[in-house]
Design a protein around this ligand. Sequence first.
Ligand SMILES: [Mg+2]
Length: 261
Amino acid sequence: MTDTSNRWPDVLEGLAQRPQILLALDFDGTLSEIVERPEDAVLRPGNAALLAELGRNPRFTLAVISGRALNDVSDRVGVPGLIYGGNHGLELRGPGLDYLHPAAAAAVPAMVDASERLAVDLRDIPGALVESKVLTLTAHYRLTPPQYHDSVAMLFLDAVGPLLATGACRVTAAKMAMELRPAVDWHKGHALDLIRFQLAPEAFTMYVGDDDTDEDAFLAAQNAGGVGIYVGPPDVDSGALLRLDSPAEVTAALTELAALG
Ligand SMILES: [Mg+2]
């Protein structure tokens, strides 16, 4: 991608003229630092107060959309009055919005079965973690020595194979993780569109995230005339128009947004 990070000040200047702004952010690696164990992730210092301040500002519609389960991400952020999206937006909840994708709800029993089998199959792989998020399932291997990574992938695909064969579910790759999701045409970009249509159709739309699964939301924001903001180093190929280096820069950007008033 083109390194366009120096254009953030231009975007910020343009926002001063915007009466309505929809700001949606990922959680892990965006509002939180990346941690070795997903259960240790917390908001960066200052972010809770900044999100609360922006959430109270009538110009802003604020959403946090995560791959985590909805209750997990809303508990970790803990700021009332925001829109929270869990499982990449298959479930959305907040003021004026309460959504659960029907096909995702129907796949829950099969997800529970797969989660139980994987917990057994991966128990001998060092560092492998199975995270059941009810609507989806993730096997993490960030803590697993590299020589086991192929085994994790094989065991994962073996365990979920029968489900893939039914067409009810599909596998997606994330950072050092494999995810099983309901095979529905749905991603963070659809979730962002739904929030925009329902709550802020006229808003200038921004989406901030650091992972492959955020790319759909960057494009959704940009297709709506807004911007996607990739968080991470400049050598990563992203469709986002803008880039911030790190979660610390996200906090700095939120500070500047709050100062817009
Ligand atoms: Mg992330």
